[in-house]
Ligand binder design. Structure first.
Ligand code: SF4
Length: 233
């Protein structure tokens, strides 16, 4: 019997979660509680859309003609590593069907050894490099992030690194150069992206009755973020 995946939602023609046109699978459940998270509806493990890997691949295959040379599927969330059995089977089935695979993750998981063998690309969210600040930002210890990164390095997985840039927090030249230096010591980093923080999820938090921890923080200036990104080149 196939394992079922618990999915929050799908996006059939995503353009920002990996190369080319991508079918994005937003998986339900996440153990982290990032202060800036704009998808708090994906945190819980409540049952949402139930789907088997076979059904999922059938769904994705309908969009194959739009993928071209670069596109494919991206597993995002929530945290996809939160459902390792389903993720592994779904990735395997995608590869059997010649669908390019990307995993968009915080690296916070346990059983990902085999999963990484079926990922053409990992987009790794670098929440923080400092242990104390990581814990404050996400509510969890940083160890799993570093362990995941280490495994990616051992397996030569192609990486894109991403970091959300927040005003007065990590929007300094020094902070971005630190990230650059960190990335320079890694193998297979193809790209580093800085994402400007925005507060659009505030209303969602209100409706869900969850306290929004960055209530008084303004949005990150997009131009400044672009300028900072140039430091990474
Ligand atoms: S890892 Fe992603 S989904 Fe989970 S809390 Fe952080 S931003 Fe939200």
């Amino acid at each position: 019997m196939e394992v079922y995946g618990n999915i929050d939602s799908f996006e059939s023609m995503g353009l920002v979660d990996g190369p080319g046109v991508r079918f994005v699978v937003f998986m339900q459940g996440c153990p982290l509680r990032c202060a800036y998270c704009h998808n708090p509806e994906t945190w819980s493990n409540e049952k949402k859309i139930q789907i088997t890997p076979t059904e999922l691949v059938k769904k994705i295959s309908k969009y194959k003609t739009y993928f071209g040379e670069d596109g494919g599927v991206t597993f995002s969330g929530g945290e996809p590593l939160n459902q390792p059995e389903f993720l592994l089977e779904a990735l395997k089935k995608c590869k059997e069907n010649n669908i390019n695979t990307c995993l968009d993750t915080s690296g916070f998981g346990d059983n990902y050894d085999e999963i990484l063998d079926y990922c053409d690309l990992v987009i790794l969210d670098v929440k923080e490099l400092d242990a104390e600040r990581y814990q404050k930002l996400t509510g969890k210890k940083i160890d799993k992030f570093y362990a995941f990164l280490q495994k990616c390095q051992e397996k030569n997985v192609k990486l894109w690194l991403r970091q959300v840039i927040l005003p007065h927090y990590n929007d300094s030249k020094e902070s971005v150069l630190k990230l650059k230096e960190f990335a320079s010591k890694l193998k297979n980093v193809e790209k580093i992206e800085l994402l400007p923080y925005h507060s659009m999820a505030k209303e969602k938090y209100k409706k869900m009755g969850i306290k929004y921890r960055l209530e008084d923080l303004e949005d990150m200036n997009k131009e400044k973020c672009k300028t900072l990104e140039k430091l990474l080149k």
